[in-house]
Design a binder for this molecule. Structure first.
Ligand code: NCD
Length: 348
């Protein structure tokens, strides 16, 4: 199925063929994302970026992807700066801004809002995170990262053990990721969370129906045992209802060097959608793994650019032009982006 003109609201849209096609395009765009080549297939196009909820990396990542394809970007952030505070409906806002832009990226704290916006426009809408629902572009970049980590090690996804740990109830990135992983074969997926913050049952049942081995545990040492991948998430306190607390989110859920070295496979890939909560007592992914080459978190954020470029080029129907439009870039880029980047991850 072609993605041209489509809204990207949920990972349910994708099948394996579409993912393969998208990731091949992302590979082609990788040198553009890394600043080695130039591609202007979106020259003249304008992105409307509507963020009704906090974001730094996702908004900037969408912006950078669009700009690097030669497009222009117009951003609005926060509900208070929009006409919604004057009582405007989402449908009206959607139709209005659709007259200004060629594609919209929307993040909203209400799960339904992005669907309301999409149903009021034929301009493609990309979901940049809808409450505790989904975050499809994050899951696409996570899967893209996972595939390249496994390819580098000569490992196949089939049969691997993937541990998702943290707030699996409110974390929209893991909801989308589990949907995509369900499209693959023979995975062992273990959900590690306190009993109060489990992965939604419907998503677990669906993955099980796809033939995956599903486990749930509140014991991190048990869940991460022999893991090929650990995907940690932040506790999403901002999504808690007034009666929810994180009373059972203890230090046992902290992913640190001792836990990883103690129980995971030696070549484990450690992932997190970021931001990680580095404040004392947050029990998120620890900083003591920062110099560990198995930590893929910044390879994930970097992968957001080619992945989102591939999506933009696809929904705007110019994917077929990418190959013939590439040319070399001449500006300076450092050999490594960050001081802790792995030796195998140089820009040159
Ligand atoms: C995530 C999100 O907003 O859902 N961040 C992101 O987009 N990379 C995860 C989070 O906020 O914990």
């Amino acid at each position: 199925m072609s993605l041209t003109g489509k809204h990207i609201l949920s990972c349910d849209l994708f099948d394996r063929d579409m993912l393969e096609e998208l990731f091949l395009l992302a590979d082609l765009l990788q040198p553009v994302a890394r600043g080695h080549r130039v591609c202007r297939v979106l020259e003249g196009a304008v992105l409307g970026s509507l963020f009704f909820e906090a974001s730094t990396r996702t908004r900037l990542s969408f912006d950078s992807a669009f700009l690097r394809l030669g497009g222009a970007v117009s951003d609005t952030t926060g509900v208070t700066v929009t006409s919604i505070t004057k009582g405007e409906s989402l449908a009206d806002t959607s139709r209005v801004v659709s007259g200004y832009f060629d594609v919209l990226v929307v993040r909203h704290p209400d799960e339904q809002a992005v669907h309301e916006i999409a149903s009021a426009t034929h301009v493609p809408v990309l979901n940049g995170g809808n409450g505790g629902g989904e975050h499809p572009t994050q899951a696409l970049l996570d899967l893209y990262t996972l595939r390249s980590e496994f390819a580098r090690m000569g490992k196949s996804l089939k049969g691997s053990r993937i541990a998702l740990i943290g707030d699996l109830r409110h974390g929209r990135t893991v909801h989308s990721l589990l949907r995509l992983l369900s499209l693959y074969e023979g995975l062992s997926i273990v959900c590690v969370s306190p009993p109060s913050l489990p992965m939604p049952r419907e998503l677990l049942d669906r993955a099980a129906r796809c033939g995956h081995r599903i486990e749930e545990t509140d014991n991190a040492s048990v869940g991460l045992k022999d893991a090929d991948v650990v995907y940690a998430t932040r506790i999403q306190k901002e999504r808690f209802t007034s009666t929810e607390t994180a009373f059972d989110y203890s230090a046992d859920f902290r992913v640190d060097g001792a836990l990883v070295n103690g129980v995971c496979k030696p070549e484990v890939v450690i992932m997190h959608p970021l931001p990680r909560d580095s404040t004392a007592g947050a029990n998120d992914l620890s900083n003591d793994l920062d110099q560990d080459v198995r930590l893929a978190i910044f390879r994930q954020t970097d992968a957001g650019i080619p992945t989102r470029m591939a999506l933009f080029a696809s929904v705007l129907g110019v994917a077929h032009q990418v190959g013939s439009s590439l040319r070399d870039a001449d500006w300076y880029r450092p050999k490594y982006i960050g001081p802790n980047d792995a030796p195998f991850y140089s820009l040159q």
